[in-house]
Every structure is written in structure tokens, then in C-alpha cells.
Write a protein that binds this ligand. Sequence first.
Ligand code: THU
Length: 131
Amino acid sequence: MATENALIEEAKKARENAVAPFSKFKVGAALRTPSGKVYHGCNVENCTYGLTVCAERVALLTALAAGERSFDAIAVVTQSDEPSTPCGPCRQLMWEFCGDIDVTLANLTGQRVDYKLSTLFPKPFYFSLES
Ligand code: THU
């Protein structure tokens, strides 16, 4: 099974495929299942801007489309002064499909920070209808 450091390396590899001609901000994500399988994601921008998809969501949707339903860790790598944290919509989606997973954020200069998703996203949206 990939260790957290190995997961960061996977996220770096994923980042190499980022499609970020507009922001120039390349993001890579590596999402790990309990069996140790790793799914890559990178951000994909397009000329409407609004249809941009984040690296975290690409990794998650790729894994879900492959039939995975259980996840235990994600690493996200950016080229920023400090490791940058996932956007709100990605936090919501990760919470719904991954639960309280380990989130490791890193930059290219070797800084890293580890969170549980519940720390980054303490009040997720959910609904239940009145019966
Ligand atoms: N981005 C991600 O890939 N993940 C995030 O959590 C936040 C932002 C991407 C979207 C866009 O391509 C670029 O970073 C700048 O916002």
C-alpha cells in the first residue's frame, strides 16, 4: 500500500497532466482505496472557465466510475508557497463519497500538512426529508 509520502509522489505525477492554460496553476491529486489502489486526478480548465474541474474531483469521479466506493486517503500537490487546501465543492464531494479520510496537502518544495477531512469541512451539507 502506498505510504503518505508515496501518495504525494503519485499526486506529483498526476499534476504533470494538468490542463491549466488559463490559471497556470497546476494541481495533482492521488486518491487511495483501502486495498492500496491509487487513482490520479489533475485540474482541467477550458475556455469558458466555469467548466473547470478540480484535480480532487477528477480523481474521485475517475475512481467512482471504475467502481470504487471506499477510500482512505488523498494527497493533493500544488506549486504554491504553502500547500493549498481543497475548494469547498471538492470538500463536500469528498465528504459524501469518502467520509472522514486523511487529506495530505503538499507543495513542490517539500512542505506538507496533514488533516482529517472533518477538520477542513466540519459542517457538511446533507438533507433528510420529513416523513
Ligand atoms: N483547483 C483544483 O484543482 N483544486 C482545488 O481544490 C482548487 C482549485 C484548480 C482549479 C483551477 O484549474 C486552478 O486550480 C485555479 O483555481
